[in-house]
Design a protein around this ligand. Sequence first.
Ligand SMILES: NC(=O)c1ccc[n+]([C@@H]2O[C@H](COP(=O)([O-])OP(=O)(O)OC[C@H]3O[C@@H](n4cnc5c(N)ncnc54)[C@H](OP(=O)(O)O)[C@@H]3O)[C@@H](O)[C@H]2O)c1
Length: 289
Amino acid sequence: MDSRPFKILVTGSRGMLGADVLKSAGGRAGIEMRGVDLAEFDLLDAKAAAAYIRSYGPDAIIHCAAFTNVDAAETRQEEAFKINAMAVRDLAVICAEGSIKLALISTDYVFDGEKRSPYAEYDQPSPINIYGMSKYYAERYVAQVCPRGFIVRTSWLFGANGNNFVKAILKKARSEGELFVVDDQFGSPTYTGDLAKFLIELVQTDKYGIYHATNEGYCSWNEFARVILKLSAMEGVKVNAVSSEAFKRPAVRPKNSRLLKTALHYSGFKGLRPWQEALADYLAEIGEA
Ligand SMILES: NC(=O)c1ccc[n+]([C@@H]2O[C@H](COP(=O)([O-])OP(=O)(O)OC[C@H]3O[C@@H](n4cnc5c(N)ncnc54)[C@H](OP(=O)(O)O)[C@@H]3O)[C@@H](O)[C@H]2O)c1
């Protein structure tokens, strides 16, 4: 019997999702996990990344590192494309050569949001901002280069180790007492702790391909804000509805970010729980409930 542990390397381990992936592995029998971030190697230094990966010898890489500032990507296109797409190509080559599994974390932003119903894994991406385009290229590189590739699209992440919508709403509610939140973009808030558990399970299988993985259920950002305030006993704070048109940002966002989780269920994985339940646990985790 093979007593060697299943070794997982997590990139972006000081980021919001990466930190929870690392945390979720704690105490799991048969798994050894190591996290890397900019301090260990810059993804843009392909040689250093390759040397590090070869010396650690992982069975799988969960690739959480990315250029994640969606608005900044509009003016820093080249940087976003290098980190999100070209560096993923290099990782995919290393993984292909070393028979290493590679799980790329992708996004709902690969879609344009014009579909009237939720997006399936096989729907054609058509990104409307630079960040989404860079992630779509990453997906293509993984699909083209890496035979043991998983592409996991997720959305609207919140987790303890990062700035996110939940923290921003709580901060604004306290400082301004009244909020203006868009009510014409729909998606699924997703707790990084729940997604992390799925990712660890996924990479131990041979069920390669594209997945959508989010907490269950859909809402608008406006509804999300209301539930955050309700669960934090701040429902007295007024939440006004605004349109995306009135709330212009450097990067356009898709209006429909709803994702169907057909591949996840077909492949026998347990779906993630409803987003409201996950949010309640998260608020307790950060001392807000
Ligand atoms: N946040 C969301 O709502 C969301 C939604 C859908 C998909 N995703 C995807 O989910 C993944 C995780 O997102 P997240 O929000 O957890 O990200 P995050 O908190 O921004 O973490 C990303 C990490 O990557 C690191 N990184 C950036 N450039 C790097 C480089 N050149 N070399 C090595 N490391 C580098 C960052 O380091 P520094 O902080 O030092 O730059 C950071 O620690 C990403 O692939 C993202 O595209 C996120």
